[in-house]
Design a protein around this ligand. Sequence first.
Ligand code: ARG
Length: 586
Amino acid sequence: MVSPLVALTPKVQSAIAAALGDDFREADPVLRPSQFADVQVNAALALGKKVGAAPRDVAARIVAALDLDGVAEKVEVSGPGFVNITFSDAWLASLLADVDQDDRLGVPVEEPQNIPIDYSAPNVAKEMHVGHLRTTIVGDSLARTLEHLGHHVIRQNHIGDWGTPFGMLIEHLLEVGEDSPEAELLVTDPNAFYQAARAKFDAAEQADPDGSAGDFDIRARARVVKLQAGDPETLEHWHRLVGMSKVYFNKVYQALGVTLGDENLAGESTYNHLLADVCGELEAKGLATVSDGALCVFLDGYTGREGKPVPLIIRKSDGGYGYPTTDLATIKYRVGDLGAHRVLYVIGAPQALHLNMVWDTARLAGWLPDDVTPVHIQIGNVLGEDRKILKTRSGSSLRLMALLDEAVAKARGLIDETRPDLSEEERATIARQVGIGAVKYADLSVAHNSEYVFDLDRMVSLTGNTGPYLQYVVARVRSIFRQAGLDPLTQHAPITLGTPHERALGQQLLGFGDVVTEVGAEYEPHRLCGYLFELAQAFSAFYENCPVLKAETPELRESRLTLSALVLRTMVTGLDLLGLESPEQM
Ligand code: ARG
């Protein structure tokens, strides 16, 4: 199963070798979309310089050597030395017939690799913020895509479930009682719980020495010590606290429809028992030294102001371990125990320095061999209308669930207006699919490392590069088949590409395998969004110009129905790789 571009590449390469000599066998043919044909070969321009010949002559020699029998209808040299190629309709139709017979729609199966993906990673007793929302959505799409390409994806949700605030949080939970409304906040509004604990702690710490504000601070500190010492009763309280946070995380995951569950949790606490050994091993290997009482790794190339070396602190002067130590244990585990070929981290862009220092240290320690690639998929900020990081909404602090509810409510408003004929239940389902899809698509359709402004009205719009626009195309194709009383999944007939709109749609359909492969290699879901948006546009142009159910002949009707069914299958599969649902109707 090959796309036109993949099929063409070796043919042009051998023509270049035949024209210019075997040294050029590997030359990049520089295939690009063309305004005047289906594709153009731009290689002659650079090659002309190399061999000291006029690019037009080089282009003519390539054309002379090019064997595109049965593939191209027209091959011509144009401009300063481009080769314009127009594929034959019959050849495109035969490739489409292959895709039509293929359950994978032309997406290849790759040599399977073990790929742990670190994504989502919210913190216990804290609200997930829009940054966590974005790593959750982008990470989930990458997990789905790599899995679809045949890899063994291991989801790793590195939640923040350990550290000094847990003393204060446990004491607060004990004071309010586990069944109290205050404790319930852990599930509904975690920030409020955290802030209440923090306020108590600060008040107790500041107001004393007379102890009038109580000894909450003293108890909280003692609790941290007990927690770290593994005191069973304290661990039990900690488990309950984390358990309540999990309920909250799962609520968000379920609302979002992401593929994360309890079985994917591998939080910071998972690595506690390994931290002492991590430090010991680094010390024994001469990679870590004590500086100002703290155990540090000094790496080449990391310097701060005035050239002062920046250390990676792996044991603080009070003996405690921190975030870097945990991440060292984490990569050691992912490579050593999970057998990772690649390790993906879908994390905010500001953590790049941290990750690079961890990886460099791991390489030196021998925990990260050269043939294992760690990748930081950097997540950019989500901004409010004021172009500042989105943290609050109309004065109150931002609650993720409230935001998702708002998106669904907006979608509901639209559906109520456009489809009053549908039942209450149907409209509720569509509103959920469209509202959540809108938010997810907005995160996915821009480059993952760029900023964007969170604008719900634009996201749920039915026009433009939005989730709802793509979902609408799905619903429209389904309605064609409903109208005809046919099943799109059993619609297979010979395809003819008689008009420019059919031809353009057919070519777009042939590109699906290439784009999914690219997303898996470059970790850029926005490319799939761009592809699906173009597919939606190509379908709309086709549908406006080429009657389907009322086609001139029965053969043409079958061909157009088959093209439409292929659009549906491609769209549904593509949206699923992005994590979007495909509504039955809209
Ligand atoms: N919990 C962290 C945060 O909220 C993200 C953790 C990312 N994963 C990791 N292995 N460091 O910023």
